[in-house]
Design a protein around this ligand. Structure first.
Ligand SMILES: NC(=O)c1ccc[n+]([C@@H]2O[C@H](COP(=O)([O-])OP(=O)(O)OC[C@H]3O[C@@H](n4cnc5c(N)ncnc54)[C@H](OP(=O)(O)O)[C@@H]3O)[C@@H](O)[C@H]2O)c1
Length: 268
């Protein structure tokens, strides 16, 4: 029996996930349902073969896994609306930032398995870095289902819910830091005489390639850095300049600042 996946809220993140699941073969468009208050979004999903539903409740009756992909302020209301159609057999997966599992369990009702996921925008290019926490009505099968889906469009880790703000600090907000790095490296290339387009492409591909080396070799990034810094060479000259500017300390502080801000926001 194929997995039936539903999206409540069919915006950018739902589009990225649905497209990635279908392309990787873990769930087909023809086994997906969607709901959204914008007809153009429903039409777009329908053009791929996804079944549009009139209400979230109708969708809940048709799906095994229901993604809640509306903005955070709308999550509790959507779950309360679906409550009569939810049961221990419908897995709810929320990607909304900052909405706690306890809030969602209260809205969805007793026994409904809920998993909270913190994805990031590279989801849009099928390269998500995500983490999840499972609610008290979940078992290993529920976590495995979510792992299978997200590992098809990147990678997901399982963490305690209290660590999801730290995840926000590293990977949720992280793409913005890396965009700044790419922009700054490209600026440096332009300063050294390169055309803007060439400098930006070189910078972006360097970040992508270096990231792939860390993931694919499993080596410590410090060891990889040591491997490309020859005595008295160009790279160690640049590394020394980055150390003088406190780059590593700046990144650590940035990650902690985002995690702390997530903590503050979740208390409001
Ligand atoms: N985008 C990111 O970088 C990112 C990263 C991590 C997590 N997230 C989380 O992902 C979730 C979705 O983000 P997104 O960027 O995909 O948002 P989005 O593009 O605005 O998509 C949400 C869609 O759901 C619709 N909607 C809202 N309430 C609804 C309701 N009650 N019934 C039916 N449809 C409804 C919205 O319609 P309207 O436009 O009319 O409101 C919109 O079309 C958010 O909770 C966000 O926190 C996003």
């Amino acid at each position: 029996m194929p997995l039936r996946v539903g999206f409540v809220g069919s915006g950018m993140m739902a589009e990225a996930l649905a497209g990635g699941f279908d392309a990787s073969g873990v769930a087909a468009f023809s086994d997906m349902c969607c709901v959204d208050r914008n007809q153009p979004r429903l039409d777009l999903f329908a053009s791929w073969g996804v079944t549009p539903c009139a209400t979230a409740t109708e969708l809940a009756k048709k799906c095994d896994v229901i993604f809640i992909a509306v903005k955070p302020y709308g999550v509790a209301a959507v779950l309360e609306e679906m409550r009569p159609a939810l049961s221990k057999d419908t897995l709810v997966v929320s990607i909304a930032a900052g909405v706690t599992i306890a809030t969602m369990e209260a809205a969805a009702g007793e026994g409904v398995p809920i998993i909270r996921v913190m994805p990031n925008t590279p989801c849009l290019v099928k390269c998500v870095a995500a983490a999840m926490s499972a609610g008290r009505y979940c078992d290993q099968t529920h976590a495995d289902t979510v792992s299978t889906l997200f590992d098809a469009v990147g990678k997901i880790h399982q963490v305690k819910e209290s660590l999801l703000n730290a995840v926000t600090g590293v990977s949720g907000s992280g793409p913005a830091y890396v965009f700044q790095v790419i922009e700054a490296m490209a600026d440096g290339g332009v300063l050294a005489g390169l055309p803007r387009g060439v400098a930006q492409d070189l910078a972006a591909r360097t970040v992508m390639g270096a990231a792939k080396m860390v993931i694919e070799t499993g080596k410590h990034p410090g060891a990889l850095k040591d491997g490309v810094t020859s005595p008295g060479g160009t790279t160690i000259a640049a590394v020394a300049e980055l150390e003088r500017c406190g780059v590593r300390s700046a990144f650590m502080r940035a990650v902690k600042a985002a995690a702390d801000r997530g903590e503050e926001l979740s208390k409001q």
